[in-house]
Design a protein around this ligand. Structure first.
Ligand code: ATP
Ligand code: MG
Length: 429
């Protein structure tokens, strides 16, 4: 083999030293969502390309230039999912679980694929936890989504480092009227817009609002504001959301330029942003999409959801050093046995202890080795205690119990009493 094998650029291995933090993060979110009454759904990673074109919209960054699309052996055009909402809507429609106004509160987790320029916080395979609620149209549920994420930031210890940005895009009619006004205004200033914005003016004019180009931003200062075009219903909805956030004490910033990349949003849109990660500052984004289900062939069904980027949030935990102590230790107890007879007795003893203490993290030495080498491994494992089985211990049917982190002297514990003893000195997760 001449050329060394490598992973695809922007698609990362998550190495054993990183997985504890990932699992802590994922476990924290999963428990929170369970507690609020959300149910997990699992969709395939590959769907028909058509699904994403129809739901996300033809003139979006994702569909225009970011999708991993290929033909399978049947000649069907398939795409690695760039996001979760489309597949989730497809799934609920296919299984009829939102029919007759049934409320569904769903969440999912998994890899997403977008052909973007890889950089810190931006990858080609990345992971999201997403959530979608169907058949609830009030601002109370929009508020609940934000309240849940607020609680999550609190539990993770990153609340002070994120900021909530909010906007309302109105109903599709209101948005249509606003789009017309915006196009009229921007067309009158066409020459002052950057090239990308000139193109977007024709294809997806609202996206001009989140341009990074300074000249275009200057033009936008006097542009019509979405807030002036909101219909009464959207206005009341937005006020309802803000009142609930105020009631719970969640601060927010109104950002009239927040339009989100996807075509399907209406009314509420929001983003949680941070300045701790450099350019890739959005850690969670979402909004309401009351027209999407119908657009995808279902009955009119209100929907609202969000997705958070796991890589970016894990990076934040690392950057802010919010890594709980308990996840840095993977082993509670390490069993060393010397000689074949002791090894056999040790195995049986370990299994008896596991029967009684199913959550104990007990590692049995493998590969035999001298006293010195087994102790070195015990210490390196991070265990709090070593258990020792040598000739003397075998003769007396005891096990040596040695604290490895300086909590007292070595003791002898009878085999039958071992589990009870461990239960008193190891806090079990
Ligand atoms: P961005 O503006 O950063 O490209 P987006 O609007 O395209 O984000 P969404 O489609 O709303 O992102 O996805 C929700 C979240 O998923 C983002 O807020 C971000 O945390 C994460 N995310 C999106 N794209 C990537 C990526 N390529 N790599 C890592 N995380 C990503
Ligand atoms: Mg993007």
């Amino acid at each position: 083999m001449s050329k060394s094998l490598q992973a695809i650029r922007g698609m990362n291995d998550i190495l054993p030293e990183q997985t504890p933090l990932w699992r802590y993060f994922e476990g924290t979110v999963a428990r929170l969502l369970d507690n609020y009454g959300y149910k997990q759904i699992r969709m395939p990673i590959v769907e028909f390309t058509e699904l994403f074109k129809r739901s996300i919209g033809e003139v979006t960054d994702i569909v225009e230039k970011e999708m991993y699309t290929f033909e399978d052996r049947n000649g069907d055009s398939l795409t690695l999912r760039p996001e979760g909402t489309a597949a989730c809507v497809r799934a609920v429609l296919e299984h009829g679980i939102t029919g007759g106004g049934q409320v569904q509160k769903l969440w999912y987790i998994g890899p997403m694929f977008r052909h973007e320029r890889p950089q810190k916080g931006r990858y080609r395979q990345f992971h999201q936890i997403g959530l979608e609620v169907f058949n609830l149209d009030g601002p109370d549920i929009d508020a609940e989504l934000i309240i849940m994420t607020w609680r999550l930031w609190g539990e993770l210890g990153i609340r002070d480092a994120v900021k909530l940005e909010l906007n309302s895009l109105g109903t599709s009619e209101a948005r249509g009227r606003y789009r017309e006004a915006l196009v009229e205004y921007l067309s009158a200033h066409h020459d002052k817009l950057d090239e990308d914005s000139q193109r977007r003016l024709k294809t997806n004019p609202l996206r001009v609002l989140d341009t990074k180009n300074a000249d275009t931003q200057a033009v936008l200062v006097d542009a019509p504001k979405m807030a002036d075009y909101l219909d009464d219903e959207s206005r009341a909805h937005f006020e309802g959301l803000k009142a609930r956030l105020d009631a719970v004490g969640i601060p927010y910033v109104l950002n009239p330029k927040l339009v989100r990349g996807l075509d399907y949003y209406s009314k509420t849109v929001f983003e949680w942003v941070t300045d701790k990660l450099g350019a890739q500052g959005t850690v969670c984004a979402g909004g309401r999409y009351d027209g999407l289900v119908e657009q995808m062939g279902g009955k009119p069904t209100p929907g609202v959801g969000f997705a958070m980027g796991i890589e970016r949030l894990v990076l934040m935990l690392e950057t802010l050093e919010q890594i709980p102590e308990e996840i840095s230790r993977q082993v509670d107890v390490y069993l060393c046995a010397f000689g074949e007879e002791a090894e056999l007795a040790g195995l049986a003893l370990a299994e008896r202890v596991r029967d009684q203490l199913p959550n104990l993290r007990l590692q049995v030495n493998a590969g035999a080795g001298s006293f010195k080498s087994q102790f070195k491994k015990a210490d390196k494992s991070g265990a709090l205690y070593a258990l020792i089985l040598g000739d003397d211990e075998m003769a007396q049917q005891v096990v040596g119990f040695k604290p490895l982190r300086g909590q007292g002297e070595q003791q002898s514990i009878a085999w039958d009493a071992l589990a009870a003893h461990l239960a008193t000195c190891v806090v079990q997760g």
